[in-house]
Each structure stands twice: as structure tokens, then as C-alpha cells.
Design a protein around this ligand. Structure first.
Ligand code: PEP
Ligand code: MN
Length: 263
């Protein structure tokens, strides 16, 4: 549906006052996980102040170990919504389970499907029935065909408001958490009508690589980027090593804007 039929007809996705897929570059930023009110409020303020458009924050976290922090659940969504409203930004958060789709929809503006669930077909069909934009992250071992077909599952149920997000894939390399595959950006733009953003935080796992990979993503034609930021990255309950401090985010935003204006 979305991939073959109207690939010339580029899809623009409106989320409140933000448009993803047009000429403007959209920056999604926020903590890996919502941890408490102060953390998410301070972070939302920083996202807004330094020019980000969409606030991210995990409430249901797909952690490798079941003993690691799993997120605050519905309480986290309430705090994220409060922060989004206070700073007038749409919010995005991940849903991992079909049984929670309805509840999560009551809070968020964009539903995130994480890498680990990219081919959870029952979840894809479920969110295909709702009327909210979806951000579909690439599976960590998914080919482009599999990723686009996952989007197709969502669209086949009626929801064509899908933003693709490249977040790196598993390779033999161990210096980085994942191998960020930026060649997909121009390729997906050629193959599909859907907007594509890049997540250099999960894509590299290393905060020093976020700025250069953000710029490379934009140069490659990404419609936006998603970065993890935290008031105290060294104390973050998840993904601190790949999270920018606010001043680093400010610096990133300045160079991102400069590059985007130049292009
Ligand atoms: C995230 O963005 O919070 C996340 C868990 O990412 P991924 O699904 O890409 O690992
Ligand atoms: Mn994370």
C-alpha cells in the first residue's frame, strides 16, 4: 500500500503543530526512560529551550535483563504527558504489548514500536487499527524489505501515518552498540513514501558519536533525528552512556540547524 502504490506521493505526517516528512527538520529528544517528575520536566524544558520539537520518554522499557529498570509504566506516561503539555510539545513513547495499546493511546501523540517488536505482527496489526501516528524502529536484524513490510502490516489495517526510524543493526563490530546504517536513508526515500528519521543514540551507543552521526543523517536526507538526553547522564537508569547532557544537546542543535540551513 504505502510502499509501492504512491511512492511519488511523499507522505507528510502532522502531529499537532509539528510536521514530519516536509522540508523542516524535526528533532525528537528526551530521556531513554521517564524516571521521575523532576527529571522529565527539566528535560522537557531543555528540549524546548534548545529547539527540539518532540519529547520522547520510555515508560515501558524492553530491557535485556528482567532485573533492570523496566520503566514507570502508566505513571511514566502521565508524567510525560504533563511535561509535553507544559512545554507544548507532542510526545512519543513505546508500546510493547497489544493489551496496553488502548491505555498508551490515552497519553501519547505518537506510538513507538521498538526494534525488538518490529516483526511482532499482532502488535503491528493492533496499532494499524488506531488513529495515531506510529514511529516504527528498524529491527536490529531486519533487512530493508522486512522493515518496509512491517510498515505495510500497519498500513494494511488502515493506519498509513508511519514514521520510519533507523536505529542501527547488529554486525560483527563490537566497538559500537550497533552499526548505524545510513545508506538506508536515501534508499528508503527512494523505495517508500514514508518519512524517515535516524536515532544515533541507539545507533552507536556512544555519546561522542551522536553529533557527527546526526549531521551525517541530515546530509543523507533524514527528515529528523531522535536523541537521548538526560539532566545527569552518569546517573541515568538506562542508556546514560549514549545520552547527551543539556549543554551538549544545545551545541548539537546549533550545528544541526546550521547544516540544515546550508542544505
Ligand atoms: C528506545 O528508543 O527507547 C529504544 C528502546 O530503542 P530500540 O527499540 O531502537 O532499541
Ligand atoms: Mn534507550
Amino acid at each position: 500500500i504505502i510502499n509501492k502504490k504512491h511512492k511519488e506521493d511523499k507522505k507528510k505526517i502532522k502531529i499537532k503543530n509539528v510536521e514530519v516528512g516536509g522540508d523542516a527538520l524535526v528533532v525528537f529528544a528526551g530521556p531513554c526512560a521517564v524516571e521521575n517528575r523532576q527529571q522529565i520536566m527539566e528535560t522537557a524544558e531543555a528540549v524546548k529551550t534548545f529547539g527540539g520539537q518532540i519529547l520522547r520518554g520510555g515508560a515501558f522499557k524492553p530491557r535485556t535483563s528482567p532485573y533492570s529498570f523496566q520503566g514507570l509504566g502508566e505513571e511514566g506516561l502521565k508524567l510525560l504527558k504533563e511535561a509535553g503539555e507544559k512545554y507544548d510539545m507532542p510526545i512519543v513513547s513505546e508500546v510493547m504489548d497489544t493489551r496496553e495499546v488502548e491505555m498508551v493511546c490515552q497519553y501519547v501523540d505518537i506510538i513507538q514500536i521498538g526494534s525488538r517488536n518490529m516483526q511482532n505482527f499482532s502488535l503491528l496489526r493492533e496499532i494499524g487499527k488506531i488513529k495515531k501516528p506510529i514511529m516504527l524502529k528498524r529491527g536490529m536484524a531486519a533487512s530493508i524489505e522486512e522493515w518496509l513490510m512491517a510498515a505495510e502490516y500497519i498500513a494494511s489495517e488502515g493506519n498509513e501515518e508511519i514514521i520510519l526510524c533507523e536505529r542501527g543493526i547488529r554486525t560483527f563490530e563490537t566497538y559500537t552498540r550497533n552499526t548505524l546504517d545510513l545508506s538506508v536513508v536515501p534508499l528508503v526515500r527512494q523505495l517508500s513514501s514514508l518519512p524517515i528519521i535516524v536515532d544515533p543514540s541507539h545507533g552507536t551507543g556512544i555519546k561522542e558519536l551522536i553529533a557527527p552521526m546526526s549531521l551525517a543523517s541530515i546530509a543523507a536526507g533524514a527528515h529528523g533525528i531522535m536523541v537521548e538526553i538526560h539532566p545527569k547522564p552518569q546517573h541515568a537508569l538506562s542508556d546514560g552512556k549514549q545520552s547527551l547532557h543539556f549543554e551538549e544537546f544545545n551545541h548539537l542543535m546549533k550545528s544541526v540547524r546550521r547544516l540544515h540551513e546550508y542544505l
